[in-house]
Design a protein around this ligand. Structure first.
Ligand SMILES: Nc1ncnc2c1ncn2[C@@H]1O[C@H](COP(=O)(O)OP(=O)(O)OP(=O)(O)O)[C@@H](O)[C@H]1O
Ligand SMILES: [Mg+2]
Length: 484
């Protein structure tokens, strides 16, 4: 049950109890007053009749005495008047009254008979004098008076109840509107908050306690929302850091393993390649064999390339650090790759803008760029345009495992190729991840690019829309003397 209603029921319960008590007391009081009035009137009447009756009886004229009482009776229809004998025979009056009257001279006695409801008031007026044992009995029923009193009291009771119920109902309605409804709304909102929904609370323009409670809840929701956003941000950052750490660890593990294998394979591969070239170039070699020897040499070359890539994955960081003019590197790489790209219908455009110097390893940086440009060209089997552009930017927030710098050089490699589906975007930097056919790709190009970028305290950002193209951006700090 609602609070306002409970208060109302308690209040009305008390009111009804008080009214019932008051009604009962009033009834009793009224009844006493009425009894007293009736008795008083009966005594007055008795006294008025007494001389005439006494005179008639003195003359032994009982008929005349009765006649006096009869006449009086006609005037007072509600009062029964008769003569009673108080003698030892006990005629008429109740014995207790008879006894009570003995020796009282002319003093009247009133007696209320309550053996039946609502009762009868009897008054005995002794004649005294010559007829000490005779009295005039006046009897009047309390019924009419009782009915009148009860009606009056009930009327008053109902009026009081109506007067109390009206304001009480109004109080319930107003209480519900002012307190019940907003509290219910707040409870509903609190339940939503408990269920995890942190929507903004609707405004409530009130300055009372409800308004204070509302603004306290609204503040709590704001704090919770901020805390949740903060937790989500931290979780996201932690996951990202873990992912990068795992990636770095994986690269390091692969690099260590690959370095051993590559080292062992390097020399034999060179021998195989060299021997194949000797067979290919010998004059006495038949044409068929020469073709086979060329295939062996080409494949040995490919394997050497793979071995080199593997070795570069395990390369110690900060190997060589010299100022490198990136504009020149870009131009050279583009010139070097353009002929093959054009065969595939791809036009490479370079926009070097103002020159920027990076402190690092020129060959490695060229390797990084080559890997990205090659990927771009390969992503456009039907041809297209590939843009390489250089730009400078200020301080950026690097990934967690990269130290921050004040100024960066940004190299964007933008293609119009097939794009990279979102679910693969996290994997493309993993060693040996490739979507290309066997023999077409080793899946090491981007891993090597990743390692080289880290070598230069930089990183690679990716933006790709499947079907529209991809932009891979290398961000490396510019050389300190140039940045200064
Ligand atoms: N510009 C790009 N557009 C679309 N997909 C790309 C692009 N660059 C990389 N990829 C995807 O990422 C994968 C990994 O690239 P990565 O350069 O590491 O290896 P690869 O190109 O397959 O082989 P390789 O070792 O010869 O470079 C590719 O197989 C390709 O699916
Ligand atoms: Mg590649």
């Amino acid at each position: 049950m609602r609070v306002a209603l409970k208060l109302m029921v308690v209040f009305l319960g008390l009111l009804v109890t008080v009214l019932a008590l008051e009604g009962w007391l009033r009834l009793r009081r009224e009844r006493e007053v009425v009894e007293r009035d009736i008795a008083h009137e009966q005594r007055l009447l008795g006294r008025a009749l007494r001389p005439s009756v006494r005179a008639a009886l003195r003359d032994d004229d009982l008929v005349a005495a009765q006649e006096v009482l009869h006449v009086a009776q006609e005037g007072e229809a509600e009062v029964g008047i008769r003569l009673v004998d108080l003698g030892p025979t006990g005629l008429g009056a109740p014995p207790s009254v008879a006894l009570g009257l003995t020796g009282r001279g002319e003093r009247e006695v009133t007696y209320v008979d309550r053996s039946s409801s609502p009762g009868i008031v009897y008054t005995y007026v002794p004649l005294g004098g010559d007829a000490p044992a005779t009295a005039i009995e006046l009897a009047e029923s309390l019924e009419k008076a009782e009915t009148r009193i009860r009606h009056g009291t009930m009327g008053l009771l109902w009026t009081t109840l109506a007067v109390a119920f009206g304001p009480a109902s109004l109080a319930v309605l107003v209480g519900n509107w002012l307190v019940g409804r907003p509290v219910r709304q707040l409870v509903a909102h609190t339940e939503q908050i408990a269920a995890g929904s942190l929507d903004v609370l609707p405004r409530l323009h009130r300055r009372d306690e409800i308004g204070l409670l509302h603004s306290a809840i609204a503040k709590m929701v704001d704090r919770l929302r901020e805390a949740r956003a903060e937790t989500e941000r931290e979780t996201e950052a932690r996951l990202e850091a873990e992912r990068r750490l795992r990636h770095g660890e994986r690269l390091a593990a692969v690099g260590t393993l690959a370095a051993g294998v590559a080292h062992e394979l390097g020399t034999p591969l060179q021998v195989v390649g060299g021997r194949a070239r000797m067979i290919e170039e010998a004059k006495e070699t038949p044409d068929g064999l020469r073709r086979h020897a060329r295939i062996v040499r080409t494949e040995a070359k490919r394997m050497e390339r793979i071995v080199r890539s593997l070795l570069s994955l395990s390369r110690p960081r900060h190997s060589v650090r010299r100022p490198v003019a990136m504009g020149t590197v870009v131009t050279e790489v583009v010139e070097h790759l353009s002929p093959n790209a054009e065969k595939a219908g791809v036009v490479i455009e370079a926009e070097v803008g103002e020159a920027a110097t990076v402190l690092g390893d020129r060959d490695h940086l060229a390797q990084l760029l080559t890997n990205l440009v090659q990927n771009g060209v390969q992503a456009m089997p039907a041809g297209g345009r590939l843009q390489v552009s250089l730009s400078r930017c200020g301080a950026l927030e690097p990934p967690p495992d990269v130290p921050p710098h004040e100024r960066y050089l940004r190299i964007d490699v933008r293609d119009q190729g097939v794009g990279i589906p979102p679910e693969l975007q996290d994997e493309i930097f993993d060693p040996f991840f490739t979507t290309k056919d066997v023999g077409q790709g080793t899946g090491l190009g981007l891993s090597v690019a990743f390692v080289i970028a880290r070598e230069h305290e930089g990183w690679i950002a990716l933006e790709s829309s499947p079907g529209e193209g991809t932009t891979l951006s290398v961000l490396v700090p510019v050389a300190p003397e140039e940045a200064a």
